[in-house]
Design a protein. Sequence first.
Length: 129
Amino acid sequence: MASRVAKGKGTQLGLPGRSALEIVSGNLGSDSITFRRVEIPVPKSRDPLRNPHVHHTFEECIHVVSGKGITCTETGDFPVEPGDTMIIPAGELHVTHNTSDEPLVLFCFFPVPDIVPGTSTGVFPEQNK
């Protein structure tokens, strides 16, 4: 059965260094996907960088809506801007940072109804990211 999620509806998540609205997930009626709107604020000089994380058994697709940033992964660093889409393979550490003077807004898609069991934080080997 089709359903509609009205603008602004979903679950606000308390994630460090960003605001995230979970629009679709298993908790919100989906059998197989999670979809989030994430906003990473303009960084302040005293703010520590967020640590990377990994999704062990599923990909993440990140689409940039507005702002500019850099997605750091184990295989390289990728500048991102509106219209860009990143595909992060399962098992690859990654983190996206805001590099602009406006919030960085992303849509994040996962092919599972609950990302929590398959996600953990990590540290890049060189700790320079």
